[in-house]
Design a protein. Sequence first.
Length: 352
Amino acid sequence: MTENEKTPQNPTVSVPTRPLGTTGPAVSALGLGCMGMSALYGDADRAESIATIHAALDAGITLLDTGDFYAMGHNEMLIGEALRTAPAAAREKALTSVKFGALRDPDGGWSGYDGRPAAVKNFAAYSLQRLGVDHIDVYRIARLDPDVPVEETVGAIAELVEKGHVRHIGLSEVGAETIRRAAATAPIADLQIEYSLISRGIEESILPTTRELGIGVTAYGVLSRGLISGHFTRDRRLAANDFRGMSPRFQGDNLQHNLDLVERLRKIAEQKGVSVAQIAIAWVLARGAQHGHDIVPLVGARRRDRLAEALGALDVTLDAGDLASIEEAVPADAAAGERYPAGQMAHLDSER
Ligand SMILES: NC(=O)c1ccc[n+]([C@@H]2O[C@H](COP(=O)([O-])OP(=O)(O)OC[C@H]3O[C@@H](n4cnc5c(N)ncnc54)[C@H](OP(=O)(O)O)[C@@H]3O)[C@@H](O)[C@H]2O)c1
């Protein structure tokens, strides 16, 4: 191997771009999900978070995903700072994908969703300010507001598009019927939804619908929040504010069962000379490769070493034999435990 040869262990990368659906922007083949830099996975290191965003932009990642409710604007302000301090060329290429709609309280509680048109415009006004940008590239409600028809919420974003405050409309965690209604209202660039080796619910009706309608998928949880990264251990102590402490998949016997699946994956990874996380990300990429690369994984790296590992997945080729071995090691319904606690599952239009 020469020093400059690009391999999964040495991702000296130039990240390819992919179209986000038929109407969306061209985005990097991997996006950076910034949530864990502010919320939900315990404490993060601010300087390292910003260095990670800079390293991602430097490597050619253009898509940065956030939510205005990730630590109440903290995540958007962090991204704003990273963009302000990035070289101009990288900043100009960066695309922001923002979720809104979740209602919070000062103690960090969650109290539902608001998708009313006036609320949509209000959320957007604050996000633009916190991010320090003059438009948001893809804007989406995080969860369907059950009291507001999706046409009204999407219609309000379409008005923001007309005025130049937003470029494209996205969706998040909605099912096939809602996708169709939204797409009948305005062009939809992408659906953001959980998809991984152990979260394959979208394959039945959601993915066929996005493909029929020319809507891209930005997949989150491709490492199942670290569970199938190969780095998560049974004795890991989680902070009180870590989502995983409440997630069914990380509890007791479920955790052991799921980590046993990771060990099966590790054998395959070792045979290929790559890491478990790289196999898991490459598998998601492979699922989109057969359909015009319509699936863009959002990796939740919040450290530069994790980012480098994730980027290495772009150089992993999984042939039919590899895919069959992976399927055998981790069959579609192999995981123990739901992907969210029951109360949060109830908010998922995608699970109806
Ligand atoms: N639309 C929605 O409903 C929704 C929901 C959740 C998330 N999202 C978005 O999707 C993004 C990604 O989701 P996620 O963070 O749950 O995904 P993820 O990539 O499955 O999980 C990230 C976790 O995996 C761990 N990890 C270990 N090795 C890694 C590696 N090489 N690269 C990246 N992470 C590695 C990280 O661990 P350590 O940092 O602990 O080492 C981090 O805690 C979020 O940041 C957010 O923007 C959207």
